[in-house]
Design a protein around this ligand. Structure first.
Ligand SMILES: [Zn+2]
Length: 66
């Protein structure tokens, strides 16, 4: 069963506020999605703590810069 939760974060490149949908049925996931504003690839590292309530989500974003 999919459970999609909206999560707001800022683009690491241009700082634009982005809303992403996180599938909380997956405990951890990594993916890349282009920023809708500056079109640069943003790396998402999403983790859902197993023992937490279902609205607790950790989302790390990273750019391709070193
Ligand atoms: Zn951006």
């Amino acid at each position: 069963m999919n459970q999609l939760v909206e999560h707001k974060l800022s683009c690491p490149y241009c700082g634009a506020l982005i809303v992403v949908l996180i599938d909380t049925s997956v405990e951890s996931q990594e993916y890349v999605e282009d920023c809708p504003v500056c079109c640069r690839p943003i790396g998402f590292d999403v983790s859902i703590p197993a023992e937490s309530q279902d609205d607790e989500i950790n989302v790390m974003v990273s750019g391709e810069d070193e």
